[in-house]
Design a protein around this ligand. Structure first.
Ligand code: FEO
Ligand code: CA
Ligand code: CA
Length: 642
């Protein structure tokens, strides 16, 4: 592929980095993010795939993908073949949900006591496990016949379809196993379960029981039915899975202006609750804010549940704040507080960190389960000089006081966005996944885009006006390579890469990839709109995108080193069929399988169930396009990417 290597004027790339970011922030690589001894020297040897845009998914040569789970695939034994026209809500609750997003692979080992998820995790088993998958939202116009477009489907959905949609959202747990013929699901496994918009769960932490969480059905403010907007998530070494609630506002209808309490009116408006939202509240009245003005306050949290105990009740973790959570990922070091990082995926919202009150001790498997209940939430301020600071969201500390409408810590957490803004946190370009590379112990923030950022609002951390390309920022806590103090309230930071084509005419759309690496990315190495991220067992970064079609090619996966001469030099690994975004990339512990979610295939203007853009992955004229999870592996069984 050497003829496809670009040889851009490297100087112009460096100039891009220099002009659009603060001097000092991106003009050098901070010591400690990269190590001479640990350089990842070109170990991503797969043959890059091209940028394209068609109705198939794309893999490098010598790789295969099993279509492991599609919307409607049964997870319990059934004799009924799947067809949307025959589906009802009870049947959907026994089947894989819609619009799969986050994926956690939780290893399963033989002969382990039921409550010891930590031991399952430690087994590192890479051929049998629980696939724990979020289902972010539903699209009735692509799920069911009879809707002319997205609008008619959101405003005029039938009661029966709404009930199916509520059962198709949430989360799935499915036992999977790798055999000689590839990956398969184990139908009827006792672990298999669905979590939906109706599953009973607890509310825990400082906001539990607060009057703003109380409703007619739950005067205690501690029990809630269901979860929605489940985007990304996280997992813990004690064997639980974290689920984020992101765009929950669109599930609610009603005009906040008509509420008696101006505080709740402002709160609900922040999350996009409008009279013109979809009509779910006509059928399930708690989703109408005129009926239950507090119900939205019971959404917008992180959840934790135990996939190894199929009867376990999920719980909402109010200590991690309420906003449009992309996900939370953990840094757990023995003898230290647990640190979790997350983003609020909206324009001009913030990057957050949680530090547990308790200490992580690997052997304390029961105590560890309480670590996310109590602790301190912080929002990030990124200063122009490349330093950064974590600002605590603590009630009573200025300005989070009575005068500003914060009566207690519950108010601070429910209105975390307002609290972070008052503290002076830096408004960001839609923070998505925030995840730490276990090799260098630096933390990476995916900033997907922000077309609302004005020229006057440019800062070092968000260096482009009308940022349509997105960027990735690197947080460097104090310490040394691989051994950093994530509990420190101060850090250094720099731009890791700027999305976009390095040869774009407009300087603000010009991508910038690393320092030494600019000569090494091909014409297919660039991408835009980073969304999810994961790291392979060798420390390479794998980014999933959501938005590249706007620039003429599919969304997918790009892999790159975070250090060495090829630092931030992406190679294109996977491409989605048209309309889809890639999400949830997740490796087995041994790195030989990569699971990826293909979400909303065939989403496009005028694409409907009756007349879809395509019918991936079945290509069956009787079936619509179906969101699916793929298991990708190298044909010779080696580590993915090498
Ligand atoms: Fe649901 Fe933030 O992407
Ligand atoms: Ca996402
Ligand atoms: Ca997305």
């Amino acid at each position: 592929m050497s003829d496809q290597l670009i040889n851009p004027a490297r100087r112009s790339l460096l100039k891009t980095l220099g002009t659009v970011t603060a001097a000092g922030a991106a003009g050098k690589i901070l010591p400690g993010c990269t190590s001479e001894e640990n350089m990842v020297k070109g170990n991503l040897t797969f043959t890059e795939i091209p940028h394209c845009l068609d109705f198939q998914h794309h893999l490098p040569e010598h790789y295969s993908a099993d279509i492991l789970l599609r919307w409607g695939d049964p997870i319990q034994e059934t004799n009924n073949p799947f067809h949307p026209e025959k589906l009802d809500a009870a049947d959907q609750r026994q089947r894989f949900g819609y619009n799969n997003d986050f994926i956690a692979f939780m290893p399963l080992a033989a002969d382990i006591q039921p409550d010891r998820g930590d031991l399952h995790i430690r087994s590192g088993n890479s051929s049998r496990g629980l696939l724990c998958v979020n289902h972010e939202y539903t699209q009735p116009h692509l799920m069911f016949s009879g809707y002319n477009d997205k609008y008619s489907a959101t405003r005029g959905v039938s009661a029966q379809h709404v009930a199916i949609e509520q059962a198709a959202c949430g989360h799935s747990v499915v036992e999977v196993e790798r055999g000689p013929d590839g990956w398969r699901t184990l139908l009827g496994s006792p672990y298999n379960r669905r979590i939906t918009m109706s599953t009973a769960m607890d509310i825990t932490g400082p906001a539990a029981g607060n009057e703003r969480l109380q409703t007619t059905a739950d005067p205690s403010g501690t029990q809630v039915l269901g979860t929605v907007g489940n985007c990304a998530g996280g997992k813990t070494p004690w064997g639980t899975v974290l689920i984020a609630e992101e765009g929950f506002g669109s599930a609610f209808q009603g005009d906040p202006q008509h509420l008696d309490d101006p505080r709740e009116a402002r709160n609900h408006r922040t999350f996009g609750i409008r009279a013109t939202n979809r009509n779910l509240g006509n059928y399930d009245r708690r989703f109408d804010i005129q009926v239950e003005p507090n119900e939205p306050n019971r959404f917008g949290w992180m959840l934790e549940y135990d996939p190894y105990d199929p009867k376990s009740r999920p719980r909402k973790l109010t200590a991690l704040g309420r906003f449009e959570h992309e996900g939370f990922t953990l840094v757990c070091k023995p003898g230290k507080a647990v640190v979790a990082y997350g983003g609020d995926d909206d324009e001009h919202q913030f990057v957050y960190r949680f530090v547990s009150k308790g200490i992580y001790k690997p052997e304390d498997h029961r105590v560890n389960r309480e670590l996310l209940i109590e602790g301190t939430l912080y929002a990030a301020r990124f200063d122009e000089d490349g330093t950064g600071h974590w600002l605590p969201l603590v009630h009573g500390q200025e300005p989070l006081t009575e005068e500003n409408g914060f009566h207690n810590q519950a108010d601070v957490l429910i209105d975390a966005r307002r609290a972070a803004a008052l503290l002076g946190a830096t408004p960001m370009d839609r923070p998505e996944d925030v995840e730490t590379n276990p090799h260098n112990d630096c933390t990476y923030v995916m900033l997907t885009k922000n077309k609302k950022r004005q020229k006057s609002e440019i800062d070092a951390a968000n260096p482009r006006a009308k940022n349509i390309m997105g960027h990735v920022l690197e947080i460097v806590p104090p310490g040394t390579y691989g051994n950093r103090d994530h509990t420190s309230d101060n850090f250094q930071w720099q731009q890791f890469l700027l999305g976009g084509n390095p040869n774009a005419e407009h300087p603000e759309e010009r991508g910038a990839y690393g320092q030494q690496s600019s000569d090494n990315i091909s014409i297919y190495g660039w991408f835009a709109n980073p969304d999810n991220v994961t790291f392979d067992h060798r420390g390479n970064m794998w980014i999933a995108t959501d938005g590249c079609e706007r620039f003429g090619f599919h969304d997918g996966l790009w892999a790159m080193a975070t250090e060495g001469p090829l630092r931030a030099a992406p190679k294109h690994f996977f491409g989605c069929p048209r309309g889809a975004e890639a999400c949830g990339p997740e490796f087995t512990p041994d790195g030989t399988t990569l699971f990826v979610s293909v979400q909303h295939p065939a989403e496009s203007r005028n694409s409907t169930y009756d007349n879809p853009l395509h019918r991936w992955p079945d290509n069956d004229p009787q079936l619509p396009p179906r969101p699916s999870v793929l298991a990708i592996y190298r044909n010779d069984g080696g580590a993915v990417g090498s």
